[in-house]
Design a protein around this ligand. Structure first.
Ligand SMILES: O=P(O)(O)OC[C@@H](O)[C@@H](O)c1c[nH]c2ccccc12
Length: 279
């Protein structure tokens, strides 16, 4: 029984999202969302920031809880943590906006937007154009599309829609089948999730095994389960441009401090091997 529940978590989330979107869109029409001050503002490019030589390539995530880990940090301040992440040398922020399963909210992203000039990824389960308009209206620069949750044709439509609003798109895959069938020209970054959203199992081998299959026009991001600076160096050597890290920082009562120590240790490794990171 337990196993069956775990197997179905992604399906559960997606089913929930569909009802959530139906409810929200009847309460707050897109016309209203389009009135947001963020609707006309310029997107900060995640693609550019990931490649900046004065940054670490880390997309630092603000995550209060998750279905796989339960409560991670329910008291953290968006303002303190996100400013600290960026000062430590992160290239971008990822903000969970799903409330039901991850304890996030749209206001978390808007608050991060208010205090930081950097690319912000809206981390949620997108199944509808409404959520993309909403992402833009709360101040996001980039959206996540999960290959395991969308038919390739639908994923491509949503990616094209996001591009139409000027947003960048990170597509997440977990295996070569998902990757091969879902690649399309409306993606900017391809993320390999080391954690299966179906079984919660985490293995960095997922990243090492898939990196060479990702075409060179997309930036390559390794996601989840990263807890050592040395791993970043290995992933970078293998061809990854960016690294999405959440729990390893958020599980501390001072996530920004852990992030700073982590990034300093990473810069030290780069220096030792002659790859100097500008500060
Ligand atoms: O906390 P971690 O293991 O460092 O992982 C961060 C991020 O990759 C993870 O939160 C994530 C990756 N893909 C997702 C999709 C939805 C929700 C969350 C995620």
């Amino acid at each position: 029984m337990l196993n069956k529940n775990l197997m179905n978590i992604l399906e559960k989330i997606i089913a929930y999202k569909k009802t959530e979107v139906a409810e929200k869109s009847s309460l707050v029409p897109t016309k209203l969302l389009e009135k947001s001050i963020y609707f006309d503002s310029q997107v900060v490019s995640m693609k550019k920031y990931i490649k900046r030589p004065d940054k670490t390539g880390i997309i630092a995530e603000f995550k209060r809880k998750s279905p796989s880990k339960g409560d991670i940090n329910t008291n953290a301040s968006v303002e303190t943590v996100t400013i600290g992440y960026m000062q430590a040398g992160a290239s971008a922020l990822s903000i969970l906006t799903d409330k039901e399963f991850f304890g996030g909210k749209n206001e978390d992203l808007s608050l991060a937007r208010k205090f930081n000039f950097c690319p912000i990824l809206r981390k949620d389960f997108i199944v509808d154009e409404y959520q993309i308009i909403e992402a833009k209206s709360i101040g996001a620069d980039c959206i996540l599309l999960i290959a395991a949750a969308l038919e390739p044709k639908r994923l491509k439509e949503l990616a094209a829609f996001a591009h139409g609003l000027g947003l960048e798109v990170l597509m997440e895959v977990h295996d070569s089948k998902e990757l091969d069938k879902s690649l399309n020209e409306h993606l900017d970054l391809v993320g390999v999730n080391n954690r299966s959203l179906k079984s919660f199992e985490v293995s960095l081998d997922t990243s090492f095994g898939l990196v060479e299959r990702i075409p060179s026009e997309f930036l390559k991001i390794s996601e989840s389960g990263i807890s050592h600076p040395g791993t970043l160096y290995e992933l970078r050597k293998a061809g990854f441009d960016g690294f999405l890290i959440g729990e390893n920082f958020m599980k501390s009562s001072r996530p920004h401090q852990v992030a700073l120590n982590f990034m300093n240790a990473y810069r030290k490794i780069l220096k030792e091997v002659g790859l100097v990171q500008e500060k």
